[in-house]
Design a protein around this ligand. Structure first.
Ligand SMILES: Nc1ncnc2c1ncn2[C@@H]1O[C@H](COP(=O)(O)OP(=O)(O)OP(=O)(O)O)[C@@H](O)[C@H]1O
Length: 623
């Protein structure tokens, strides 16, 4: 089995990496890296640019000083006189070298300061981008793939500053060498550039091969991250042991890695072949250039001193061209990853929330009108033609078999999903016309799989939004959810960190966590309370208390309860029975209990203590 991502447009972008694209892209990349650097640290960016300019000037001066030194030393006259002539050039040479060394150290210092800042900033922008997408995005493989790619782009953003700096440095060296070479003889510079071209092409080809290989392994790499998460973390640690799954997971990991290695190996071999061809061409090119220098010297077209300067300038410019090509191809690859990041941020993977601006208050009614919903990639609706009205002051319960659409309906009612067809109207306004943040201020949700935030108890309950009443409100919410008993047992009360993996962190039991999750909902001053299996982990006493409180809570809000505990449903004003995404029954507990239908069937599966006892006392009395 192979984990595959569709990578069409990115693959096309990768395939289009050619020398000409690289030349076009490089200035844009340098500009982009400098803009991000400017955003995170202006003085460091300005310092970096200044250092590069000074360094380039020093390099040119150093090369000119070499020419001056050689000309003076090789001139006629006595040694002392020649040394005297040469020493200002030597001093300039030494000064320029020292200045370049200092600039180099400063550039390193500033780049290492900027790189991590840029990576963190890129990650932060990505995180912000992710919170702005529709929840439905997470059901789309495309979105998940693009987010992973963008994450990789964010990680390499810091590299771009080093690559950008290397590019600027190589360009400055090339310019310095070019100025000197052009001064020595006009043929040398074009000859050097032409001689370097084959190597440039081969380097870019190698970069293209590596990028494409990486792209092909994208799905597998994503799966490795998922496997690592499950194997490393505590969440599934008990199940891996009790289920003796370790060797299966390890083997799956190994096989996935082996596939990636095979792709990498092919890319490395192909890249090495390109590099070898490039190096051979570079050797031939260098021979031609050096032969040209010797020929110019032999035919008296340049002096020995100028030939000496040409040697150094050729070395400098040749190194610069090689540097430009090798860093350039790396930077282009980094740039492609960064394109993934930029594209994702621009479009939020194509799923940025674009809803209205209406700011709803606590709803009087939530009308669900001819609502249908189909999840991405599914060929069947999860909900079909559902119509019902939820009212403030009422507890509406949703019941039905697994997969009948209860959770989907509660997510649509709370505006987490937008309907594929039909409408959800909060006091007459469709959810897509409401400002989502304002709407969710009116939602208190206890989902089936509630988050166990590695935060303090206080933060877990307030969700980072403390009440003006301070801890008094937190204690009240905890009391309402039965979490007060949990808090009093914890060493540091509300300040206790709920994460065993950290020093002084505490772990809670499943039921204790559920009480905290309920306290979160009770803490929120929201007009819609959605409870999805809120008591699945609670002991009978805690469960009884929650249901006792529910009526009081419903007085000034809409309450939507999803539960499989049919015996608790007497608390609801109204029960809606769902089957395969359709409403099949709707009424009070007593009405539905009397009617033949699915509700009666569900009721019949509830083995009460009464029936169990009668079964024990009268074996064979019930079939
Ligand atoms: N994120 C999703 N992406 C695709 N399909 C989904 C998604 N969530 C739910 N479904 C599908 O929608 C249907 C209804 O699921 P839903 O979770 O609403 O059922 P439910 O009645 O709450 O089930 P349960 O009682 O097991 O909690 C199921 O067929 C399920 O496979």
């Amino acid at each position: 089995m192979r984990y595959v991502d569709l990578t069409g447009s990115r693959e096309a972008a990768g395939r289009s990496i050619r020398l000409i694209d690289m030349a076009r892209r490089l200035p844009r990349l340098v500009r982009r890296s400098l803009m991000l650097a400017w955003r995170v640290d202006r003085p460091a960016t300005a310092g970096l640019l200044a250092c590069q300019i000074v360094s380039g000037i020093m390099q040119a001066m150093g090369l000119l000083a070499i020419s001056g030194t050689l000309t003076a030393l090789l001139a006629s006259g006595n040694v002392f006189h020649r040394l005297l002539q040469a020493w200002p050039s030597v001093a300039l040479l030494a000064g320029a070298a020292a200045a370049r060394a200092v600039m180099g150290i400063t550039v390193n210092w500033l780049s290492s300061r900027l790189g991590p800042l840029m990576t963190r900033e890129a990650e932060q922008m990505l995180l912000d981008g992710c919170t702005e997408v529709e929840l439905a995005a997470y059901d789309e493989p495309d979105f998940n793939r693009d987010r992973e790619a963008a994450d990789r782009g964010a990680q390499v953003t810091g590299d771009l500053i080093n690559e950008g700096q290397d590019l600027i440095a190589s360009s400055a060296s090339f310019l310095a060498g070019a100025v000197v070479l052009a001064g020595v003889h006009p043929i040398l510079l074009p000859l050097l550039v032409v001689a370097s071209l084959p190597q440039a092409v081969s380097q870019v080809s190698a970069a293209r091969v590596r990028y494409l290989a990486n792209l092909r392994s994208n799905g597998d790499n994503r799966m490795l991250a998922v496997l690592r998460w499950h194997i490393y973390t505590r969440d599934a640690a008990d199940q891996i042991r009790a289920g003796t799954m370790a060797s299966f997971l390890s083997e799956r990991y190994r096989r996935t890695v082996a596939r990636i290695n095979r792709e990498d190996r092919v890319a490395a071999d192909q890249g090495a072949r390109f590099s070898l061809i490039g190096a051979m061409c570079a050797g031939v090119g260098s021979t031609i250039v050096w032969a040209a220098v010797v020929w110019l010297l032999a035919t008296g077209q340049i002096s020995v001193g100028r030939a000496g300067a040409a040697v150094f300038a050729l070395q400098t410019a040749g190194q610069a061209v090689r540097g430009l090509v090798s860093v350039g191809s790396r930077a282009v690859r980094t740039g492609l990853y960064m394109d993934d990041w930029t594209r994702f941020l621009e479009r939020a993977g194509g799923f940025r929330m674009r809803r209205g601006t209406h700011r709803p208050g606590p709803p009087e009614t939530i009308e669900i009108a001819s609502l249908s919903h189909r999840y991405a990639g599914k060929d069947k609706d999860a909900l079909s033609e559902v119509s019902l009205t939820l009212k403030r002051g009422e507890v509406t319960a949703l019941v039905g078999f697994n997969g009948s659409g209860k959770t989907t309906l509660s997510r649509l009612a709370s505006g987490l999903y937008l309907p594929s067809n039909g409408q959800v109207l909060w006091d007459g306004v469709p959810t897509q016309e409401a400002d989502p943040q304002a709407l969710w201020k009116q939602v208190a949700l206890v989902p089936q799989d509630y988050a166990r935030w590695p935060l303090t108890v206080r933060e877990n309950v307030t969700l980072g939004q403390p009440s003006p009443r301070g801890d008094a409100a937190v204690h009240e919410a905890c009391e309402a959810a039965g979490a007060d008993e949990v808090v009093t047992q914890l060493g540091s009360g509300l300040d206790t960190l709920l994460a065993r993996e950290w020093l002084n962190g505490e772990e809670l039991s499943g039921g204790q966590w559920q009480r905290i999750a309920l306290a979160r909902a009770f803490m929120r001053d929201a007009g819609l309370l959605v409870l999805d299996e809120p008591t699945a982990n609670l002991d009978p006493r805690a469960e009884y208390r929650i249901f006792q409180r529910l009526r009081g809570l419903a007085q000034d809000r809409v309450v939507l309860l999803v539960t499989h505990r049919i015996t608790n449903l007497a608390v609801a004003d109204r029960i809606v029975v769902l089957d395969e995404g359709r409403v099949v029954q709707d009424g009070s507990y007593h009405e539905l209990a009397e009617q033949p239908g699915l509700f009666q069937e569900l009721l019949s599966y509830q083995v009460t203590a009464e029936t169990a006892r009668s079964d024990r006392e009268q074996p064979g009395a019930r079939q």
